[in-house]
Design a protein. Structure first.
Length: 125
């Protein structure tokens, strides 16, 4: 049985290695600043900003976070966020409507995931 940390690491590795080369090039420095963007501006605000950019490294990070927080697989049943559908709009609405404790839990989980994403991006994988 794997720990949540191991599952996070495997997920992050899969997402970083599966990224297009042109996105990867800009993703490494972007991912390094993502945690501070969340902590300085707020979790929901950072997600909304990434979504507003709509392409490249911003959407790559948004998609990684969205998929992880709603991830449902045999050995990983994340239910940090439960949107009505898979759209970015539904995800943002679900984040915005969460009770504070759940919101903070989702933020903490996102920061833990991004640490793995950063490591793998910096390693050039």
């Amino acid at each position: 049985m794997r720990t949540l940390g191991q599952k996070r690491a495997a997920f992050a590795l899969e997402k970083v290695t599966g990224m297009a080369a042109e996105t990867k090039e800009r993703f490494e420095p972007f991912s390094a600043g993502a945690p501070s963007m969340i902590l300085q501006n707020g979790f929901g605000q950072a997600l909304a900003f990434w979504l507003s950019k709509g392409k490249g490294e911003h959407m790559a990070m948004f998609n990684i976070v969205q998929e992880w927080l709603t991830y449902q697989k045999e050995d990983v049943k994340n239910d940090f966020v439960q949107p009505n559908d898979d759209s970015p709009t539904a995800f943002i609405k679900a984040i915005s409507g969460m009770p504070q404790q759940e919101y903070l839990t989702a933020q903490k989980e996102t920061l833990a995931l991004i640490e793995w994403v950063k490591r793998y991006a910096k390693a050039g994988l």
